[in-house]
Design a protein around this ligand. Sequence first.
Ligand SMILES: *[C@@H]1O[C@H](CO)[C@@H](O)[C@H](O)[C@H]1NC(C)=O
Ligand SMILES: *[C@@H]1O[C@H](CO)[C@@H](O)[C@H](O)[C@H]1NC(C)=O
Length: 245
Amino acid sequence: MARLILFLLAFSLTALSMPTRWSADEAKFYSSISKEIQNIRKHGNDIRRPGCELSDLKLPQSSKPLPNIPGGQKLLAVAVGRGTQNYTCESESEKPTPRGALATLFDASCIAANYPQLLASLTNAALHLQQPEPFSNAPGAARMPVMGHHFFSNGTTAVFEAANMGASSVIKIEAVDAPQNSLPGVCGQLDGAVPWLFLESIPESTGKAKSIYRVNTAGGSPPKYCTGQPKEITVQYSAEYWFYG
Ligand SMILES: *[C@@H]1O[C@H](CO)[C@@H](O)[C@H](O)[C@H]1NC(C)=O
Ligand SMILES: *[C@@H]1O[C@H](CO)[C@@H](O)[C@H](O)[C@H]1NC(C)=O
C-alpha cells in the first residue's frame, strides 16, 4: 500500500492538468484514486528500491501456470500495452472470430523494478483511460514512455516492435484463463479479460525477445455470440507484456 502513494500522487497530478478531457468514467476513476491517496498519506511511507534492476522480478501467475521461462533467457523489459482486440462476425449464429490486435506499448520496466506491487493495477488504470498519454507524460517514477507497438502481420503471427529490442514475431504456444477478479472491461464492453498467454518467436523473427508473456490482462474479450453484433467488433483492452531473450 505504501508504495502506491508516490505513483498515485504523480498520476493524479498529471491528470489534474487536463481536467477538460475527462470522461465520466475517468472522473470517477481519478476521484477514487484521490480518496486512496488521502488514505495512504495517513499511513504510508516510501519504501521503493533504487535503480531499475529486472533480474529478480517474478512473472505474475494466474490460477493455472503458463510454461516456464525457457532456460538461459533473461527479462529484457516489462510493458503495459493499451489498444484494441479486433473480431469479426460473419453470421448471427456464429461466435466472434479473432482478427488481430493493435496496441501501444508503454515501458513499465522501472515501475516493475521499483514498485512491483503496483504492476497489477496498471493495466486496469490504463484501460480506464481513453487516451493513455498520462502514462508517458507522468513525472518521475510514474513515467512510462512509449516503447513501441504491437500488431499482427497475419492471422497467426503477432509482432512486437520496440526501438531497443527490434521486431519480434511470435506465435501463441499456450493460453490460460485470466484470474476471475480481472477487470472485465469498460464502457459497456464487459465480456471479460483476455487470457494470459505464452508466445514464442518464429525462426524468421529478428527481435531480441524470444519469449513473451501476456499477463494481468484487462478487458479485450468479445461478446460470446454474434447475435445483434456488427460485422466488426473492436474491444478495448490493456495487458502487461514481459519480454525475455
Ligand atoms: C482493429 O480495429 C481498429 C479500429 O477499427 C483499426 O484501427 C485497426 O487497424 C484494426 N486492427 C486490425 C489488426 O485489424
Ligand atoms: C505469417 O507471417 C510469418 C512472418 O511474418 C510467416 O512466417 C508465416 O508463414 C505467415 N503465416 C501465414 C499463415 O501466412
